[in-house]
Write a protein that binds this ligand. Structure first.
Ligand code: UDP
Ligand code: MG
Length: 365
């Protein structure tokens, strides 16, 4: 698609009540992008802002044909807003950043040159972070450390949205919940080459952050589901089955002890071996339940992959002297790949045009 538009860079910026910084961000973006070789587009995603953001966006859209504006019907959250922007991106390189000027447009060229070294994802690292230590930096440190260990991707900072990707990588990843933090982990799961560069992280100039300490718990849960998706989405029974066998085994062992005691020592099952019997029943039942759950998950996983013709592998390149073969899927996204028509419904809804062509994606370029 990009070949005919000739767009090299897409900058995706989600905006939720960012009127105070929007104009300055836009000006700085255009200044920086004009220094880079190749055409670019700026995709602003208005995530249900209730301030002046929509009016400013209308103004910018009206005066610059390189700008696309996507207006979501309500506030869907940063992850969905980002995904809406990624879906609409035409550039070979997609750069995502925050709209509150905590990410400095002047650092985009550094991302680009790193990507050109042959990486698929370049992630920003807030080496010198300014946020509150207890509510933001400590939970983030713990989450990043755990994520790096679990996903086996040695990054310092998963959380920042200041990143650059090759388009096929980012469009191949399906994002749910707050999963945008785990894009590097998800991308690594499909074999992407990932690099990290330090970025500055000035404090928010206007307004205040949309997140607080409560985010830590959601990140923790996302960590769990990401790890599970990455390692076991094609074989859930290997995960659940392990615990199922452990529990059933323990239960059976305890039950056998009760029976032996009854047969050999003529002990009363209920009166003398109550706790053991209780344990035997509990463990066996719990184990069988887990086993059932594991089998159901296996079926679900097959539905998940087969209904969408989703391959369980990703290819970087296919070299063949036979033409047919090269038409096989190349691209990214072990968790979401291929046939775009069979994509699940997106998590966001795009606003229908209010004025002339505001939401029209094709009219922008
Ligand atoms: N954002 C959004 N939808 C939301 C919350 C935030 O699009 O529901 C955008 C916000 O406008 C900003 C970026 O996501 O561009 C990061 O948000 P914020 O600065 O509040 O997060 P922090 O930098 O504190 O992590
Ligand atoms: Mg911010």
């Amino acid at each position: 698609m990009n070949a005919q538009h000739g767009i090299r860079f897409s900058i995706v910026v989600p905006l939720y009540n960012e009127a105070a910084s929007l104009t300055s961000l836009y000006v700085r973006l255009t200044q920086v992008m004009s220094t880079l070789e190749g055409r670019y587009e700026i995709i602003f995603v208005n995530d249900g802002s209730r301030d002046e953001t929509p009016r400013l966006l209308d103004e910018i859209y009206g005066s610059d044909s390189r700008v696309k504006v996507i207006t979501l019907r309500r506030n869907f959250g940063q992850t969905a807003a980002l995904k809406a922007g990624f879906d609409a991106a035409w550039g070979d390189v997609v750069i995502s950043m925050d709209g509150d000027l905590q990410h400095e447009p002047e650092q985009i060229p550094a991302f680009v040159s790193k990507l050109e070294e042959g990486y698929d994802v370049v992630s920003g690292w807030r080496a010198d972070r300014q946020d509150n230590w207890f509510s933001r930096r400590l939970p983030s440190k713990i989450a990043n450390w755990t994520m790096a260990k679990l996903a086996r991707v040695p990054l310092h900072d998963f959380g920042t949205t200041f990143k650059a990707y090759r388009r096929e990588i980012i469009q191949g990843i399906q994002l749910y919940g707050d999963l945008h933090r785990f894009i590097p982990a998800l991308a690594a799961g499909s074999g992407a080459r990932i690099a990290e560069i330090p970025i500055s992280n000035p404090p928010r100039a206007n307004g205040k952050s949309n997140y607080g300490i409560s985010r830590a718990f959601r990140v923790l849960l996302d960590l769990l589901s990401t790890k599970f998706l990455l390692d076991y989405s094609t074989r859930p029974l290997h995960f659940l089955g392990f615990f199922a066998l452990l529990l059933t085994g323990t239960g059976t062992l305890m039950g056998s002890v009760v029976i032996l005691k009854k047969l050999i020592f003529h002990q009363s099952v209920m009166l003398q071996n109550g706790p053991l019997l209780f344990g035997a029943t509990l463990f066996t039942l719990a184990g069988l339940q887990l086993l059932g759950l594991g089998l159901v998950s296996e079926i679900l996983s097959r539905t998940y992959y087969e209904s969408q013709k989703k391959p369980i592998y990703t290819t970087r390149q296919i070299q063949s002297h036979v033409r047919e073969l090269t038409r096989l899927t190349t691209g990214a996204g072990g968790l979401r790949i291929g046939n775009r028509r069979s994509m699940p419904r997106p998590e966001y809804v795009v606003e229908t045009p209010r004025t002339k062509g505001v939401a029209s994606l094709d009219g922008a370029a």
